[in-house]
Ligand binder design. Structure first.
Ligand SMILES: [Mg+2]
Length: 260
């Protein structure tokens, strides 16, 4: 944990936030709640992406970089797919690199499931729980009771859990919430063997933030992280040694930061 990097909240005043924002060589930004809200670009997002070098870090475990770059384009935001660092996609990558040849039971859907099918050796519903090496837990929008039960049995038999992110929810319209990966994990974690702690990919772990800094070829302290969630974004930035500015919700407005 690095306690020396600044963390700027709304109460600290706009002048300080602007100073740190403009001093940073590039921006690492969370996506939901900062650049997109309910699938629409926030005020100032387009301008920031045009004016500043940016990379994007998200606990998203349903999209891949390719499809999220397309979502950005549809909302008027322009970004290359190489600039995205996403929890679900990275979880698949970590399993491919660290658990080579593992037989994987995937709680995943959409693009991340398609990617897992491409890159991993996935077991089907006939597989015995003893034969599963890894349980991948992403935001599975096609979750069924039997799939959940298969995952519970595999964990009871000692399969290693890999969790895309620990979030219980992410924001939905009208002040409601979408269920997130961590909510699925809450149901499953009681079944894991005591020694098999989950590998957790997303924020508040620093891994994705550090990956973004490496991609930008800059030191974390030269960058600034913009996030709307103090529990995940601020903690991940601090763990990575990157200055943090609270944006969206109770934090600063992007347009104000840009100097409007
Ligand atoms: Mg967010």
């Amino acid at each position: 944990m690095n306690n020396t990097v600044p963390q700027v909240l709304a109460a600290d005043g706009l002048a300080r936030a602007r100073r740190i924002f403009h001093a940073a060589r590039a921006v690492v930004s969370d996506i939901d709640g900062v650049l997109l809200v309910s699938g629409r670009a926030t005020a100032g997002a387009q301008e920031m992406l045009q004016r500043r070098r940016c990379a994007f870090v998200s606990n998203n475990s349903t999209h891949t970089a390719r499809t999220l770059a397309r979502v950005f384009a549809e909302t008027g935001l322009s970004a290359g797919e190489e600039d995205f660092f996403l929890a679900g996609e990275t979880a698949v990558d970590v399993i491919a690199r660290k658990f080579a040849q593992a037989r994987v039971l995937a709680l995943a859907s959409g693009d991340v499931l398609a990617l897992a099918r491409e890159r991993l050796c996935l077991v089907d519903e006939r597989a015995l729980p003893e034969t599963v090496d890894v349980v991948l837990v992403c935001r599975d929008e096609t979750l069924t009771f039997s799939k959940l039960e298969r995952a519970a049995n595999a964990l009871r038999c000692g399969a290693a859990p890999v969790l895309a992110n620990p979030d219980l929810t992410h924001p939905a319209a009208l002040g409601r919430v979408h269920l997130e990966t961590g909510a699925l994990w809450r149901m499953l974690e009681v079944f894991r063997k005591p020694a098999s702690n989950p590998v957790v990919i997303g924020k508040p772990a620093a891994a994705l933030v550090l990956e973004a800094a490496r991609h930008l070829a800059m030191a974390p302290h030269e960058l600034v992280f913009l996030g709307d969630n103090l529990q995940t974004d601020a903690r991940a930035a601090q763990a990575a040694g990157m200055p943090f500015i609270h944006v969206g919700g109770d934090g600063f407005d992007l347009l104000d930061l840009l100097g409007h």
